[in-house]
Design a binder for this molecule. Structure first.
Ligand SMILES: [Zn+2]
Length: 118
């Protein structure tokens, strides 16, 4: 479980490149826009790096897969709308929370460059 770390874990984590702050699992839920979010510690404007984009693409595919399963089961007449909503909610909790945990462990962050000032 995430806890106080002293920089010797060897695990990839979402780390602020400006102040080396490690974004915790709980803090990751505060990231509403992965392409423009403030560091929880130093408030630097950050954006996801290459690995972060891979995580986001995987998350989108995961979400679309859930919707596809629910739609398929409804179309097949096996589920009512209520059942597919329950399935989607359950799958997001069972699959989404571990995915978020490993996602932020794998993702990286970069300082967001403010363009257009020149
Ligand atoms: Zn920071």
């Amino acid at each position: 479980m995430p806890g106080p770390v002293d920089g010797t874990t060897g695990v990839c984590e979402l780390i602020c490149p400006a102040c080396d702050h490690r974004v915790s699992f709980a803090q990751s839920f505060g990231i509403l826009n992965p392409f423009n979010f403030p560091c929880p510690d130093c408030k630097s404007r950050l954006t996801v790096g290459t690995r972060g984009r891979i995580v986001l693409v995987a998350a989108v595919i995961f979400g679309l897969s859930l919707c596809a399963i629910a739609i398929f089961m409804e179309e097949a007449g096996r589920w009512e709308t209520r059942e597919s909503l329950q399935f989607t909610a359950l799958a997001l909790i069972v699959g989404g929370l571990p995915a978020q945990y490993f996602g932020i462990s794998f993702a990286d962050a970069q300082i967001k460059r403010i363009s257009g000032s020149a």
